[in-house]
Design a protein around this ligand. Structure first.
Ligand code: UTP
Length: 234
Protein backbone atom coordinates (compact mmCIF):
# COMPACT_ATOMS: atom_id res chain seq x y z
CA UNK A 1 0.00 0.00 0.00
CA UNK A 2 1.50 3.31 -1.12
CA UNK A 3 0.93 6.70 0.50
CA UNK A 4 -0.70 9.31 -1.73
CA UNK A 5 -1.26 12.95 -0.81
CA UNK A 6 -3.65 14.86 -3.07
CA UNK A 7 -4.08 18.62 -2.98
CA UNK A 8 -7.59 18.89 -4.39
CA UNK A 9 -8.04 22.48 -5.49
CA UNK A 10 -11.21 24.14 -4.30
CA UNK A 11 -11.56 25.59 -7.79
CA UNK A 12 -11.94 21.97 -8.95
CA UNK A 13 -14.01 20.38 -6.20
CA UNK A 14 -16.16 23.37 -5.23
CA UNK A 15 -15.83 26.16 -7.81
CA UNK A 16 -19.11 27.30 -6.24
CA UNK A 17 -21.47 25.52 -3.87
CA UNK A 18 -23.97 25.01 -6.71
CA UNK A 19 -21.37 23.65 -9.16
CA UNK A 20 -19.58 21.35 -6.71
CA UNK A 21 -18.11 18.12 -8.11
CA UNK A 22 -18.18 16.16 -4.85
CA UNK A 23 -20.52 13.49 -6.20
CA UNK A 24 -18.32 12.96 -9.26
CA UNK A 25 -15.13 12.80 -7.21
CA UNK A 26 -16.30 10.43 -4.46
CA UNK A 27 -16.23 7.16 -6.52
CA UNK A 28 -12.77 8.02 -7.88
CA UNK A 29 -11.41 8.86 -4.43
CA UNK A 30 -12.99 5.70 -2.98
CA UNK A 31 -11.26 3.58 -5.61
CA UNK A 32 -7.89 5.17 -4.88
CA UNK A 33 -8.45 4.83 -1.12
CA UNK A 34 -9.20 1.12 -1.53
CA UNK A 35 -5.68 0.58 -2.93
CA UNK A 36 -3.58 3.20 -1.16
CA UNK A 37 -3.38 5.21 2.06
CA UNK A 38 -4.95 8.39 0.77
CA UNK A 39 -4.68 11.88 2.26
CA UNK A 40 -6.71 14.69 0.68
CA UNK A 41 -6.21 18.40 1.34
CA UNK A 42 -9.23 20.37 0.13
CA UNK A 43 -9.01 23.98 -1.09
CA UNK A 44 -11.38 26.87 -0.56
CA UNK A 45 -12.67 27.38 -4.11
CA UNK A 46 -15.04 30.10 -5.23
CA UNK A 47 -16.78 30.40 -1.88
CA UNK A 48 -13.48 31.15 -0.10
CA UNK A 49 -12.74 33.83 -2.70
CA UNK A 50 -16.19 35.38 -2.21
CA UNK A 51 -15.71 35.56 1.55
CA UNK A 52 -12.18 36.93 1.21
CA UNK A 53 -13.36 39.61 -1.25
CA UNK A 54 -16.21 40.56 1.09
CA UNK A 55 -13.74 40.73 4.02
CA UNK A 56 -11.48 43.07 2.03
CA UNK A 57 -14.38 45.33 1.19
CA UNK A 58 -14.97 45.60 4.94
CA UNK A 59 -11.34 46.70 5.39
CA UNK A 60 -10.41 43.44 7.14
CA UNK A 61 -6.67 42.69 7.11
CA UNK A 62 -5.11 39.91 4.96
CA UNK A 63 -4.24 37.66 7.92
CA UNK A 64 -7.85 37.64 9.12
CA UNK A 65 -9.03 37.10 5.53
CA UNK A 66 -6.72 34.06 5.47
CA UNK A 67 -8.39 32.76 8.65
CA UNK A 68 -11.75 33.10 6.93
CA UNK A 69 -10.32 31.25 3.91
CA UNK A 70 -9.14 28.43 6.22
CA UNK A 71 -12.63 28.10 7.70
CA UNK A 72 -14.07 27.68 4.20
CA UNK A 73 -11.47 25.04 3.29
CA UNK A 74 -12.49 23.12 6.43
CA UNK A 75 -16.16 23.51 5.55
CA UNK A 76 -15.44 22.06 2.10
CA UNK A 77 -13.39 19.28 3.71
CA UNK A 78 -16.31 18.52 6.04
CA UNK A 79 -18.60 18.11 3.02
CA UNK A 80 -16.15 15.68 1.43
CA UNK A 81 -15.69 13.69 4.66
CA UNK A 82 -19.45 13.28 4.96
CA UNK A 83 -19.85 12.36 1.27
CA UNK A 84 -17.08 9.71 1.53
CA UNK A 85 -19.02 8.03 4.36
CA UNK A 86 -17.29 5.01 5.89
CA UNK A 87 -14.32 5.29 3.54
CA UNK A 88 -13.03 8.44 5.25
CA UNK A 89 -11.96 9.06 8.83
CA UNK A 90 -15.03 10.87 10.20
CA UNK A 91 -13.29 14.11 11.23
CA UNK A 92 -11.41 16.83 9.36
CA UNK A 93 -7.78 16.85 10.53
CA UNK A 94 -6.79 20.28 11.85
CA UNK A 95 -3.04 19.69 11.94
CA UNK A 96 -0.48 17.47 10.25
CA UNK A 97 -0.02 15.53 13.49
CA UNK A 98 -3.75 14.86 13.62
CA UNK A 99 -3.75 13.71 9.98
CA UNK A 100 -0.98 11.20 10.78
CA UNK A 101 -2.88 9.98 13.84
CA UNK A 102 -6.14 9.57 11.90
CA UNK A 103 -4.31 7.54 9.24
CA UNK A 104 -3.66 4.82 11.82
CA UNK A 105 -7.31 3.86 11.24
CA UNK A 106 -6.38 2.99 7.63
CA UNK A 107 -9.08 5.21 6.18
CA UNK A 108 -8.80 8.15 3.83
CA UNK A 109 -7.80 11.26 5.80
CA UNK A 110 -9.16 14.66 4.77
CA UNK A 111 -8.13 18.14 5.85
CA UNK A 112 -8.29 21.79 4.79
CA UNK A 113 -6.01 24.73 5.60
CA UNK A 114 -4.13 25.27 8.86
CA UNK A 115 -1.89 28.39 8.84
CA UNK A 116 -2.53 31.96 7.60
CA UNK A 117 -0.16 33.19 4.89
CA UNK A 118 -0.15 30.06 2.75
CA UNK A 119 -2.50 27.87 0.71
CA UNK A 120 -3.71 24.32 0.94
CA UNK A 121 -1.00 23.35 -1.57
CA UNK A 122 1.60 24.18 1.09
CA UNK A 123 -0.38 22.24 3.70
CA UNK A 124 -0.40 19.26 1.34
CA UNK A 125 3.33 19.57 0.52
CA UNK A 126 4.23 19.46 4.24
CA UNK A 127 1.82 16.60 4.81
CA UNK A 128 3.49 14.65 1.98
CA UNK A 129 6.83 15.27 3.69
CA UNK A 130 5.57 14.28 7.13
CA UNK A 131 3.92 11.03 6.07
CA UNK A 132 6.75 10.23 3.62
CA UNK A 133 4.31 10.00 0.73
CA UNK A 134 5.25 8.09 -2.41
CA UNK A 135 3.72 10.82 -4.51
CA UNK A 136 2.18 14.26 -4.04
CA UNK A 137 -0.51 15.09 -6.59
CA UNK A 138 -1.77 18.59 -7.18
CA UNK A 139 -5.16 18.46 -8.86
CA UNK A 140 -5.86 21.80 -10.45
CA UNK A 141 -7.67 23.49 -13.35
CA UNK A 142 -4.73 23.44 -15.79
CA UNK A 143 -3.01 20.38 -17.22
CA UNK A 144 0.39 21.13 -15.73
CA UNK A 145 2.82 23.92 -15.06
CA UNK A 146 3.27 26.48 -17.83
CA UNK A 147 5.89 29.12 -18.51
CA UNK A 148 3.10 31.73 -18.07
CA UNK A 149 -0.62 31.66 -17.21
CA UNK A 150 -2.10 29.69 -20.18
CA UNK A 151 -5.48 31.35 -19.61
CA UNK A 152 -3.92 34.77 -20.23
CA UNK A 153 -0.91 34.12 -22.47
CA UNK A 154 -1.35 32.11 -25.71
CA UNK A 155 2.43 31.60 -26.05
CA UNK A 156 2.68 29.81 -22.68
CA UNK A 157 4.33 26.37 -22.96
CA UNK A 158 3.65 23.40 -20.69
CA UNK A 159 6.56 21.59 -19.03
CA UNK A 160 6.50 17.77 -18.91
CA UNK A 161 9.23 17.74 -16.29
CA UNK A 162 10.78 20.29 -13.97
CA UNK A 163 13.33 20.02 -11.20
CA UNK A 164 12.22 21.53 -7.85
CA UNK A 165 14.72 24.39 -8.43
CA UNK A 166 13.12 25.22 -11.78
CA UNK A 167 9.68 25.11 -10.12
CA UNK A 168 10.79 27.67 -7.52
CA UNK A 169 12.06 29.89 -10.33
CA UNK A 170 8.63 29.82 -11.96
CA UNK A 171 6.32 30.22 -8.95
CA UNK A 172 8.63 32.56 -7.03
CA UNK A 173 7.39 35.55 -9.00
CA UNK A 174 3.79 35.37 -7.68
CA UNK A 175 2.54 37.76 -4.98
CA UNK A 176 1.25 36.45 -1.62
CA UNK A 177 -2.24 37.73 -0.83
CA UNK A 178 -5.33 36.00 0.59
CA UNK A 179 -7.20 34.07 -2.11
CA UNK A 180 -4.04 33.78 -4.23
CA UNK A 181 -4.66 31.81 -7.42
CA UNK A 182 -1.48 30.36 -8.92
CA UNK A 183 -0.85 26.73 -9.74
CA UNK A 184 1.30 26.29 -6.61
CA UNK A 185 2.50 28.71 -3.94
CA UNK A 186 6.17 29.34 -3.18
CA UNK A 187 6.03 27.65 0.24
CA UNK A 188 4.70 24.48 -1.36
CA UNK A 189 7.44 24.67 -4.00
CA UNK A 190 10.17 25.03 -1.36
CA UNK A 191 8.84 22.09 0.63
CA UNK A 192 8.75 19.99 -2.55
CA UNK A 193 12.38 20.89 -3.07
CA UNK A 194 13.55 19.92 0.40
CA UNK A 195 11.46 16.75 0.72
CA UNK A 196 12.39 15.34 -2.68
CA UNK A 197 8.91 13.77 -2.89
CA UNK A 198 7.79 13.67 -6.54
CA UNK A 199 5.02 16.09 -7.40
CA UNK A 200 2.55 15.58 -10.25
CA UNK A 201 0.43 18.53 -11.37
CA UNK A 202 -2.59 17.49 -13.41
CA UNK A 203 -5.96 18.72 -14.62
CA UNK A 204 -8.84 17.62 -12.41
CA UNK A 205 -11.69 19.26 -14.31
CA UNK A 206 -12.71 15.69 -15.15
CA UNK A 207 -12.19 13.35 -12.14
CA UNK A 208 -11.51 10.46 -14.54
CA UNK A 209 -8.19 12.13 -15.27
CA UNK A 210 -7.09 11.51 -11.70
CA UNK A 211 -8.26 7.89 -11.84
CA UNK A 212 -6.41 7.28 -15.11
CA UNK A 213 -3.26 8.96 -13.82
CA UNK A 214 -3.08 6.89 -10.64
CA UNK A 215 -4.26 3.58 -11.94
CA UNK A 216 -2.82 3.43 -15.45
CA UNK A 217 -0.34 6.30 -15.55
CA UNK A 218 -2.04 7.93 -18.54
CA UNK A 219 -2.26 11.68 -18.09
CA UNK A 220 -1.02 15.00 -19.33
CA UNK A 221 0.70 17.01 -16.65
CA UNK A 222 3.96 18.15 -15.14
CA UNK A 223 6.22 15.99 -12.99
CA UNK A 224 8.47 17.83 -10.56
CA UNK A 225 11.28 15.59 -9.34
CA UNK A 226 15.03 15.70 -8.83
CA UNK A 227 15.58 12.99 -11.44
CA UNK A 228 13.59 12.57 -14.65
CA UNK A 229 11.45 9.62 -13.55
CA UNK A 230 7.74 8.83 -13.89
CA UNK A 231 6.09 8.43 -10.46
CA UNK A 232 2.72 7.20 -11.84
CA UNK A 233 1.07 4.70 -11.94
CA UNK A 234 1.85 3.53 -8.43
P1 UTP B 1 -6.59 27.77 -1.17
O1 UTP B 1 -6.01 28.91 -1.96
O2 UTP B 1 -5.65 26.74 -0.80
O3 UTP B 1 -7.81 27.13 -1.88
O4 UTP B 1 -7.28 28.35 0.13
P2 UTP B 1 -8.19 27.25 -3.43
O5 UTP B 1 -8.07 28.68 -3.86
O6 UTP B 1 -9.51 26.70 -3.57
O7 UTP B 1 -7.14 26.35 -4.10
P3 UTP B 1 -6.88 26.21 -5.67
O8 UTP B 1 -6.43 27.57 -6.16
O9 UTP B 1 -8.16 25.78 -6.29
O10 UTP B 1 -5.79 25.18 -5.73
C1 UTP B 1 -8.11 29.49 0.08
C2 UTP B 1 -7.51 30.62 0.90
O11 UTP B 1 -7.51 30.28 2.30
C3 UTP B 1 -6.37 30.82 2.94
C4 UTP B 1 -5.63 31.64 1.88
O12 UTP B 1 -6.12 32.96 1.89
C5 UTP B 1 -6.05 30.93 0.60
O13 UTP B 1 -5.88 31.73 -0.55
N1 UTP B 1 -5.53 29.72 3.51
C6 UTP B 1 -5.72 28.41 3.13
C7 UTP B 1 -4.56 30.02 4.45
O14 UTP B 1 -4.34 31.20 4.78
N2 UTP B 1 -3.84 28.99 4.99
C8 UTP B 1 -4.02 27.70 4.66
O15 UTP B 1 -3.34 26.81 5.25
C9 UTP B 1 -4.97 27.41 3.68
Amino acid sequence: MKKVVISLGGSILIPSLEKNKIQLYVPVLREIASRHQLFIVVGGGGEARRYIDAARRLGIDEGTADEIGILITRLNATMLVAAMGDDAYPRVAESHAEAKKFAEHKKCVIMGGITPGQTTDAVAAVLAERVQADVFINVTSVDGIYSADPKKDKRAVRYDHLTPRQLIGIVGKAQLVAGLNTVLDIIAARVVERSGIPLVVLDGTDPENLRAALLSGTYTGTVVSRKKTQPLPL
